[in-house]
Design a protein around this ligand. Structure first.
Ligand code: PEP
Length: 248
């Protein structure tokens, strides 16, 4: 049985104060069935790490550089994220692909950096509305997954997490319905089985795209949805904790 995981992606939102508030709120809560990961903005990672009292709540970077180190002004390396206490790094988020030119090739390099540093990549894949309307969902998802896995060895593949995030559902308030999401999750699992059956069965596949307290339970009840990557709703401690409690 795959253990559920819920990750909160704050994007470029929230303050040091709100990061400390979430860390404090999470401190009292025990999640028996779920791993919880928070990705605050990089400048707040350190404060959040100091304030988190539960060893069960983990930290993630929202992105990383594809380079190890050097003259790359403004970038954050995986080694820096590791020093800041991150165990996970989100890679290939659609906003990075759309606004910062993260191609499949760059995403693959980033995934390999994350793995080389001993951290766990949360690999985001998802189709745009236009691609869905053109019946391209399967092709796009398979291309993105294959590229992301192309630079890592088999053992590292076993610890990765995949997040299916249809671009049309991110930050729009319009979530995929549970059946729509389940269909693509199953497609991803079937695709992974071409690499290895154990990989396909053990990989946690998260759904992301307008997950809220009121739709989380129905999404997480689907057989191939192993938790969520939550944007907007993770900024509010109460709703994020409710979502973490909604796992099947
Ligand atoms: C995200 O940022 O990955 C996301 C899914 O955002 P939201 O939950 O706000 O749609």
């Amino acid at each position: 049985m795959r253990r559920s995981l819920v990750a909160g992606n704050w994007k470029m939102n929230g303050s040091r104060k709100s990061a400390l508030e979430l860390a404090t709120a999470l401190g009292d809560v025990i999640f028996e069935k779920t791993d919880v990961v928070i990705a605050p903005p990089t400048p707040h990672l350190d404060a959040m790490r100091s304030a988190l009292t539960s060893a069960d709540v983990l930290l993630a970077g929202q992105d990383c550089s594809e380079h190890e180190k050097g003259a790359y002004t403004g970038e954050t390396s995986v080694l820096m994220l590791r020093e800041l206490g991150c165990s996970h790094v989100i890679v290939g988020h659609s906003e990075r692909r759309q606004f910062f030119g993260d191609s499949d090739q760059r995403v693959a390099l980033k995934v390999s950096r994350v793995v080389a540093a001993g951290l766990i990549p949360i690999i985001c894949v998802g189709e745009t509305l236009l691609e869905r309307q053109d019946s391209m969902t399967e092709k796009v998802i398979e291309r993105q997954v294959a590229a992301a896995l192309s630079q890592i060895h088999d053992k590292a593949k076993l610890s990765m997490i995949v997040a299916y995030e249809p671009v049309w559902a991110i930050g729009t308030g319009e979530s995929a319905n549970p059946e729509q999401a389940q269909k693509v999750h199953l497609l991803i699992r079937d695709f992974l089985s071409k690499y290895d059956v154990v990989l396909s069965e053990s990989t946690r596949i998260l759904y992301g795209g307008s997950v809220k307290s009121d739709n989380a339970a129905s999404l997480f009840a689907m057989p191939d949805i192993d938790g969520g990557l939550v944007g907007g709703a993770s900024l509010d401690a109460k709703s994020f904790i409710n979502i973490c409690r909604s796992t099947a």
